[in-house]
Design a protein. Sequence first.
Length: 485
Amino acid sequence: MFFLTPILFAQIKQFNLSKGNSQLFNGNLYSFGINSQKQNANCIIYKLDKQLKVLDSLVFDLGKIPPDNFLQLFSDTLHGFLNVYVQRKDKKLITILRLNKLFDRVATIENVDIARLNSISNFESELFYYANSVYTIKNQIDTGGKQFYLNKYELKSELQNFEYEPKWQFPFERKNINSAHIFYADKNVVMLYVNVTGGAKFGQWILKVNANTGKLIRGTKLNDRGETTSYQYGTYLIDTAKKTTTVLGQRFTAAQLDQKGNKLAISNTPLVSVYIIEIDSAGEVLSKQDIKIPVNEPKTTSKKIISNYILRMDKLTRSPIGALSFEGDIYKNTDNTLCYLYANTISYQLIPEDESFILEKNSLGSNQMIEKYYFNTDKMDMNGKICIDSISQFETFFYKATNFPVKKQFKTVDNNAVWLLSRSDIKKNSINYTVLGLVNKIYQLITLDEILKAKNPLMITLNHAQFALSSQEEEGKFQLKLITW
């Protein structure tokens, strides 16, 4: 039996930095901020291992400027670099400090207009990065209806602000396409999930597009001929040895989901359907199966309460014996609105038997402790919520990013589930970090830390048992806290 041990603060590391921040990059943790020495402001970047031991550091001279004249530093890891962004309060210009995986300075790029920073994201949607390529989906509406385009851009220079040049554009068929979602790319192909809501090609498709030419290689329809079932995108697994793609997602009958009629009827369903489709390299469907997961509501739930569930899937893997496993984030709705709230995570196992899969004994439902943790009567509270404007956007429930992601990590220890959760507290203006796990054989919510938002808290997962919390405790005092849970 697993017992949640007392939280171990393996180490607290403090730096003489202001406007500090952190970033996980290439297996190491990097902390950076502003330090003032001899009337000069410096940006110092520290490279640390996962036990917070300082391995190296770099210093960048920012001139005779007080540290308080800078905004909060931020970073990203676009195109395989650590990019640290430094901006003064009185200017709309940014300095980019760019480092490679060897912790060498690649470039110092000054006087970048903030409006041009990663400018491709300002006018495109559905961005997907692969190496030095960026793929986007754009749509425009005219008298002929809505037209979708898949665009490929290439990075112009690694030594300048990231600017891109267009390489090709793939126009989707003009009629009846409701949405398109990029989920995979490599040097040869780009793969998309596409929902067609009318016409002869009604249904959901997996499209494979040539990454070099922008030409359609193959479209694979997930629906059988004449079938009106809706196949929502969930997750995927590419087997490079077998050259197959396995796609999983939640399945709805025409009676449950009618996007053209703007109708959704999934209240209090006893079962949730998950499809498994395996596609070969030529786009042919090799196998297709429907798995029924029973819905298990807590016994204390009133039968009068409406319960609608959607299942967001991730981390699909295949074992050496061919068993599939995936993580399912369960979102629940109890008022028939178009907002769903995070309610649970369950790990599912699908065991091969003959030519099909059998669901290892499991069910789907909410976790009362998680619901308790996130319960709030404030309708403006967006912790763990996904909302859409209309049923026509229903498929985006399954892949759109949440505004306030709350499940930081999930694992099982001795077959017992443990959650690492976070919550933004509007009244306290703080971020709460909590573990839900077994203590003395009883599941309990254990608060690990609560940090004021003014301290710019950030949580970085290091491995399944450790994470780091960074915060600007006070001016000139930036802190990293290593927590074992």
